[in-house]
Design a protein around this ligand. Sequence first.
Ligand SMILES: *[C@@H]1O[C@H](CO)[C@@H](O)[C@H](O)[C@H]1NC(C)=O
Ligand SMILES: *[C@@H]1O[C@H](CO)[C@@H](O)[C@H](O)[C@H]1NC(C)=O
Ligand SMILES: *[C@@H]1O[C@H](CO)[C@@H](O)[C@H](O)[C@H]1NC(C)=O
Ligand SMILES: *[C@@H]1O[C@H](CO)[C@@H](O)[C@H](O)[C@H]1NC(C)=O
Length: 365
Amino acid sequence: MFRLPQLLLNATLAGLAWSQFSANQSTYTNPILSAAGADPWVIRHNDWYYMTYTTNDHVTLLRSQRLTDWDDAESRLLFTPPPGLNYSTDLWAPELHQFNGTWFVIFTADPRNDSPSPEVDMYCTYNCPALHHRMYVLEGHGTDPWNASFAYKSQLDTYDQFAIDGTYFQHSSGLYHVYSCWYTQYAAWPANLCITKLENPWTVASPFSDRQIISVPSLPWEKTPYGRVENDRLSSNEGPQQLINEQTGQQFLIYSAARSDNRNYCLGMLELAPGGNPMNPADWSKHPYPVFYQNPAESAYGVGHASFVKSPDGTEDWIVYHGMRDPTNGWSARTIRTQKFTWNRDGTPSFPKPGYGPFQTPGGQ
Ligand SMILES: *[C@@H]1O[C@H](CO)[C@@H](O)[C@H](O)[C@H]1NC(C)=O
Ligand SMILES: *[C@@H]1O[C@H](CO)[C@@H](O)[C@H](O)[C@H]1NC(C)=O
Ligand SMILES: *[C@@H]1O[C@H](CO)[C@@H](O)[C@H](O)[C@H]1NC(C)=O
Ligand SMILES: *[C@@H]1O[C@H](CO)[C@@H](O)[C@H](O)[C@H]1NC(C)=O
């Protein structure tokens, strides 16, 4: 009979007692980072998870071998912008991607915390504090994201119009930029989802006349405050992320809807028709209801801005997102969480109710 050494046995028994109240080795609880955080983006590369999220003044990369524990993660400053430039402040929603062996970071930024003068603000229908938000790209030299040196590459052209939360959409027909946009330069909401075709990860290939709006916050749950008949002010579609069902080949864009500082923030879903053209709005269909939304029974509110990653053994799909326990505390209440998700019979993702756990840790962790 196998016998545990006494010291280990004691530790194991203590762990069992503790597990009645908290997570043990095979479980974890949310949030996965104790400090406040928003707009998480996670990628797995060579046995490491890499996370970046909104840190406002710079782009920071964390790495951990455990998807569910980032308090002890190593941290690396990737980029701090020089002052006084169009991308010096409000660095939001960075994402790390690798294309053809080269690393890129795509992020949102603005000049001088974007406070337009009255002379500019007067052009907007409402006041427009986000008027100069734009998308930018860093390029990393090196094969490993942990020691590649990242440098500013380019603005990603959005025709001198509002752009936030940009991401890459990969398709057999090429690479695309999908981002949150306004109808016109001074429209100041609603925030829609736009798509443009790229020549490479930092260069737009299509003219403004080809820019397509593939989603607007048209349904009641995409507007805010929740339930009003008409309120375009601050209604948003943002935080788009590509999600592919590898079994069926179905192509989705999961995006955040309503407003990020309150309880109603949630995830919506667009699906590209089989054989569809990403630049044709008619080839995208919107799911009529949110696919991931607040769970008041567990005080999980304002859940959104997700990214997707596999378990270490590659068999499970995980969603990494932010949410709030106290929805009255606005943006500062957001923390980063993760949960496993599965797939429905029709090939669409089946997301869980957001909560705090304890949940089983990812397979292979
Ligand atoms: C860990 O926690 C889970 C869920 O609470 C429980 O089912 C399991 O028995 C616990 N395992 C250990 C080794 O304590
Ligand atoms: C900075 O942004 C302003 C307003 O969008 C634009 O007109 C200007 O050309 C930008 N400057 C540079 C160096 O790109
Ligand atoms: C990768 O390289 C191939 C061959 O040069 C090119 O066709 C493709 O556009 C590149 N992909 C990206 C995302 O840059
Ligand atoms: C870069 O990081 C990887 C993974 O941490 C490591 O294996 C490799 O030796 C590093 N390369 C250099 C040049 O430091």
